[in-house]
Design a protein around this ligand. Structure first.
Ligand SMILES: *[C@@H]1O[C@H](CO)[C@@H](O)[C@H](O)[C@H]1NC(C)=O
Ligand SMILES: *[C@@H]1O[C@H](CO)[C@@H](O)[C@H](O)[C@H]1NC(C)=O
Ligand SMILES: *[C@@H]1O[C@H](CO)[C@@H](O)[C@H](O)[C@H]1NC(C)=O
Ligand SMILES: *[C@@H]1O[C@H](CO)[C@@H](O)[C@H](O)[C@H]1NC(C)=O
Ligand SMILES: *[C@@H]1O[C@H](CO)[C@@H](O)[C@H](O)[C@H]1NC(C)=O
Ligand SMILES: *[C@@H]1O[C@H](CO)[C@@H](O)[C@H](O)[C@H]1NC(C)=O
Ligand SMILES: *[C@@H]1O[C@H](CO)[C@@H](O)[C@H](O)[C@H]1NC(C)=O
Ligand SMILES: *[C@@H]1O[C@H](CO)[C@@H](O)[C@H](O)[C@H]1NC(C)=O
Ligand SMILES: *[C@@H]1O[C@H](CO)[C@@H](O)[C@H](O)[C@H]1NC(C)=O
Length: 447
């Protein structure tokens, strides 16, 4: 039985439609530098007590190719942004480099509206943000709690799953170089697909309740209207600490897929975003201390990934295929995942070659060592493999060594995307997803 939890509102470039005082966080084309666009953020206290201060935070400052590294970013402020600069999300967000201590942006109390307001230039892209009330230590401090924008709520299931509201800023060719317009929502709302979250039966699951698990589903526009039509299914996994809403809220995967379908580049495709937490087991259960060479699999990750694979193949995929109009064979199944979900994708590649025809591995954890007999699995040759990471991504080496191991094993049917301005962050994963879907899922048999 299908249970719809929440139908998401697909926000446009103007972030929301709610405000007590008819004012919302707003993305505006201004036609002047530094970026050609500005965003005005507004926060209205929901209680009678006004905070003493409100910080805007949640997004990183900018870096440039001359000074950035995996552990260092100059933290270039929005008004100093230049055309080649990129948004680089490093952890920790306040590294001991550069001369700016980035705490967030102070918002100003506006007597006329009773709201807190600030305006900043933004380049093209997808940015998470939140309000931090009476936060002295800076927004990335564990002592400061994010308050989402009530006028622009995140896509989430259930409420509280996502800590950041999202803005999407269009590209302005006069001022910018890096164009993320491929992730914007389609202007015509009637041509967009829909997102909902569902509960499905997953014995052993501990959340949202016993033996029930949550999953996000995107259905393409027109789904179900043509009798007998079956759709291919793209599974997209979150990473460490994430959940089934991440690819929609932070990754805007539905917009990317909407645009490619609308342009008739991609076959209308169902997108499924599972959640690998609370399935009834955890990573700790598999901590084996197998210290492979150079510490690979120190945490027994593959044991965990194997358990997730078995669980999804037994419970999730059969549920999807019996409740939606799917092409229930490998040519109609693709799998992608990021970070820890990228490690899970390696398991889906090596141990599910008869299930998926396409696998995309993003910013992965270490792959099996070169001498592992798993590389001799001839089934790998039947899978269309895509992999990648950002240049400033902590997983860059894992991704490149995976390529070396595939090559050494004689597996040459892989392609990749290494994103020049990318960290271990959503701009990187959006870029890999878009490149994969646009170039690979159309060329080969899909759907
Ligand atoms: C999914 O399960 C949770 C936990 O029982 C519940 O709160 C939620 O309402 C369920 N969703 C639906 C649509 O039944
Ligand atoms: C940053 O601070 C260091 C040491 O105070 C100084 O030498 C350097 O010039 C400063 N860099 C910039 C970009 O201001
Ligand atoms: C914000 O404003 C307060 C009050 O004026 C000030 O104490 C604080 O240092 C400012 N914080 C930032 C990050 O600018
Ligand atoms: C709008 O702002 C005014 C001025 O601060 C305030 O008195 C009023 O309560 C606000 N309206 C709503 C609906 O919150
Ligand atoms: C959201 O914020 C809360 C409170 O700061 C924190 O405990 C939680 O880990 C955060 N969740 C995510 C997904 O970042
Ligand atoms: C793994 O090794 C660490 C450090 O030696 C130790 O603390 C931990 O208990 C070990 N875990 C297991 C499952 O053996
Ligand atoms: C382990 O690290 C050493 C030294 O960096 C390197 O030479 C070797 O190739 C690495 N081994 C693997 C399997 O990555
Ligand atoms: C594939 O399955 C085998 C057997 O269950 C397991 O030992 C191996 O770790 C799995 N491979 C990966 C990459 O998870
Ligand atoms: C793969 O098979 C070949 C031929 O049987 C063998 O020489 C090689 O050692 C195997 N490689 C691995 C990683 O097991």
């Amino acid at each position: 039985m299908l249970q719809i939890v929440y139908i998401a509102l697909l926000a446009g470039t103007v972030a929301g439609a709610f405000s007590t005082n008819q004012s919302v966080t707003e993305v505006r084309k201004v036609g002047h530098g530094p970026t050609g666009y500005e965003v005005t953020f507004r926060y209205y206290s929901e209680t009678a007590n006004q905070p003493k201060s409100v910080l805007l935070g949640g997004f990183p400052l900018y870096a440039n190719a001359l000074t950035a590294s995996r552990s260092k970013t100059e933290q270039i402020a929005p008004w100093d942004w230049q055309a080649d600069d990129f948004s680089l999300f490093l952890s920790p967000l306040r590294p001991a480099y550069g001369n700016t201590t980035y705490l967030g942006f102070n918002m100003t109390f506006e007597e006329s509206s009773g709201g807190w307001v600030t305006t900043l230039p933004f380049p093209s892209g997808t940015f998470g943000y939140a309000f931090y009330l009476d936060c002295k230590e800076g927004w990335s401090s564990p002592h400061c709690n994010p308050v989402i924008d009530p006028g622009n709520p995140p896509i989430q299931s259930p409420a509280g799953d996502q800590n950041h509201s999202i803005i999407q800023v269009p590209f302005d060719a006069k001022h910018q170089v890096q164009n993320y317009d491929y992730a914007l929502p389609l202007d015509d709302k009637t041509r967009r697909g829909s997102i909902a979250f569902y509960n499905y039966s997953s014995p052993g699951s501990t959340a949202p309740t016993k033996d029930i698990h949550s999953v996000g589903i995107y259905l393409p526009v027109g789904y179900g209207e043509i009798s007998g039509k079956k759709y291919p299914v793209l599974y997209l996994s979150h990473g460490g600490g994430g959940n089934d809403a991440d690819w929609f809220n932070q990754g805007r995967a539905h917009n990317i897929v909407d645009q490619l379908i609308d342009a008739q580049v991609l076959e209308p495709t169902i997108v499924v975003t599972p959640n690998f937490y609370d399935l009834g087991f955890s990573m700790e259960d598999f901590a084996t201390n197998i210290t492979g060479e150079n510490g690979s699999d120190t945490y027994g990750l593959n044991g965990f990934f194997e358990a997730v694979r078995k669980n999804y193949l037994k419970h999730l995929i059969p549920w999807v295929e019996s409740n939606f109009h799917t092409i229930s064979e490998p040519t109609g199944r693709a799998w992608g995942g990021l970070s820890l979900g990228g490690g899970l994708s390696i398991t889906m590649l090596l141990n599910a070659t008869n299930i998926f025809s396409h696998v995309c591995i993003m910013s992965n954890t270490p792959s099996p060592l070169p001498n592992d007999p798993q590389w001799n699995n001839t089934g790998i040759n039947s899978v269309d493999i895509f992999l990648g990471a950002g240049f400033y991504d902590k997983a860059f080496d894992n991704s490149r060594s995976m390529q070396d191991r595939l090559s050494a094993a004689g597996v040459l049917n892989y392609r990749s995307r290494y994103f020049p301005g990318g960290g271990h962050d959503w701009h990187t994963w959006q870029d890999i997803l878009y490149t994969w879907l646009r170039n690979e899922l159309v060329k080969s048999k899909w759907g």
